[in-house]
Write a protein that binds this ligand. Structure first.
Ligand code: FES
Length: 355
């Protein structure tokens, strides 16, 4: 039996008693950096380039790590220059002790830059509980996977999971993947190999900024897909890509999507609106058209949040009144008394929210 398991009961007793769990973790990690009384930890055991400014980290996880379903995301906690940051990434389960974390460096992204440029083998990363609704459907149906840029990571996770079932060879599966340049393509050889191995798996890749540029996702791609109405469609990429996917494939039997960036502020969204926070009894002025969460943070108000992508629900609060707009698909909501994810919505009018 593993030493940590042997120590489990005494540890639990310690947790409930006078000993600070942080002190317990401190001493456990003197023996093994993956041991902890309460933290899901992982150790980087391999670092590889996946594409331009994109790395794949193979991570050995401890026994407190909870594997999510393929396609879900995990909070990832990193401390850079003494400040602890939380970000959200989709992981691929490799086996019962290892996951793959693939990260693309984003402009001014503190965590992604650290992971791509500075993270090293043996570094320890902390994880939270998995979340997200873009997971594999139970009932088999033709699958269409649409990915742009880093949106390929949940697709890799779902394909890896599916490839271990007999469903993989029994249903049509099509992966369409858009990147700017050849150097941006991640896992291309792996997908080509799958297509070679399984006649029912079709893989297409599009390069939108090469000299001989392929078109972005449009109606010409939609007409290539047979029987959309009976298919399950997954889309992941920047908000414009996801919104276009919804326009073209929203009538599928099942359409699921996730966006990892937000629409730019529209030209007519100028000026400020007042937002009243009922629980903290404050009214502040924020710019129209920008993420409510980011706008409040600029005012030194720190609402609870996690993914900043509209997936984890940690920032959701009740909207009492006012008009908001989704920064993912542009839809407006003027209804009072509904749940508002402040990370992916902007204010269109004065707002009152329970925060
Ligand atoms: S922070 Fe995750 S949904 Fe808003």
């Amino acid at each position: 039996m593993h030493v940590l398991e042997k120590a489990k009961k005494p540890l639990n007793a310690l947790k409930d008693s006078v000993v600070d769990i942080n002190a317990v973790n401190f001493w456990l990690q003197k023996f093994n950096p993956l041991w902890s009384g309460n933290q899901a930890l992982g150790k980087i055991v391999q670092k590889e380039n996946a594409a331009n400014e994109m790395v794949s980290l193979t991570i050995q996880v401890n026994r407190l790590f909870k594997f999510g379903l393929a396609g879900q995301h995990h909070p990832v906690f990193i401390t850079v220059n003494g400040i602890r940051y939380e970000r959200t990434y989709s992981l691929t389960k490799l086996d019962d002790r290892h996951v793959l974390l693939t990260v693309k460096k984003v402009n001014a992204g503190i965590v992604s830059t650290w992971l791509v440029e500075q993270a090293q083998v043996e570094d320890i990363i902390e994880f939270g509980q998995p979340f997200g609704e873009m997971t594999l459907a139970q009932a088999p149906s033709p699958l269409l996977l649409l990915a742009a840029g880093s949106g390929i990571t949940p697709m890799l996770s779902m394909l890896k999971s599916l490839s271990q079932t007999k469903q993989f060879s029994e249903q049509p599966i099509q992966l369409m993947y858009w990147v700017k340049y050849h150097v941006d393509a991640a896992f291309k050889a792996r997908f080509e190999e799958l297509a070679h191995q399984y006649p029912n798996f079709k893989f297409q890749i599009f390069f939108t900024q090469e000299a001989d540029a392929d078109p972005r996702l449009d109606a010409t791609h939609a007409v290539q897909i047979e029987n959309i109405a009976a298919s399950t469609v997954y889309a992941c990429g920047p908000s414009g890509f996801v919104a276009q996917a919804e326009t073209l494939f929203g009538h599928a039997q099942c359409f699921m999507n996730e966006a990892f960036s937000m629409s730019p502020v529209a030209d007519d969204e100028i000026g400020f609106v007042n937002i009243t926070l009922t629980q903290s009894n404050k009214t502040v002025s924020i710019p129209k058209g920008q993420s409510i969460l980011a706008s409040l943070e600029q005012q030194n108000i720190k609402p609870n949040h996690g993914c900043r992508m509209g997936i984890c629900n940690k920032c959701a609060c009740n909207k009492v009144e006012g008009s908001t707009k989704s920064l993912v698909n542009g839809s407006q909501n003027t209804e009072p008394g509904n749940l508002l994810k402040i990370c992916v919505n902007s204010a269109q009018s004065d707002l009152v929210i329970d925060l």
